[in-house]
Design a protein around this ligand. Sequence first.
Ligand code: NI
Length: 254
Amino acid sequence: MVDTHSHIYDEAYDGDFDEVLQRARQAGVEKMVMPGIDSKSHGRMMECARRLGEYAFPAIGLHPTSVGSDWEEELQFVWSNYREGEFVAIGEIGLDEYWSKDFLEEQKRVFEDQLTFAWEKDLPVIIHSRNATEDIFDCLDRVGKPVRGVFHAFSGSYETYCRIKKSYDGFKIGVGGVVTYKNSHLAAFMDKVPLEDILLETDAPWLTPVPFRGKRNESSYIRYTAVKLSELKGVSLEETDEVTTANAIKMFRI
Ligand code: NI
């Protein structure tokens, strides 16, 4: 499997990094994609990328919750640290209207600039969308390029999924621990979403699946999400693994 969204470089793993990594490998995680956040966490991520080589692939991007009064410097940091061939995606980028709307106009500007950049570089984007579905679509429409990528931690409705399929067909949805939660509305329509449209992810150290909900998440727990997804879709775990892994390899060219 590929964990397409792992913040394994996060300080949450400082105490037991090697064990976490070993458990991930044992659970069948063959590769990971590490989404970027901002200039503060970039160094740690790149250090991790150097250390893990062809196991953990970095993305670069300015996260919407890191868009503040210094947004111009932060965005400049992305442009000046981008190196051809070093990053597998632009992300995570997007809009977060739950956390704060104080810099919403700046968030949109930063998101759109990075969408355009990703299109120019022919890289997929990793989209973070929280309480912002309509605005995300507006930004994609304004940019007007056939950008491809993933709606990370997709939490929308079946209708939103259908809209993505219809109008933004270069996109897949990222499914993680949320699908294991009791009464998850996502779980209710997974039978209607083909595996070809799904990327598996953890968002570790956040969004921990059942039975560890409430604790720190880690990549090895992707197993619980894969099992749950297989049950919901009535397919074997092998099929889920195989198809979603192929999706990830194709999307990120890893
Ligand atoms: Ni994330």
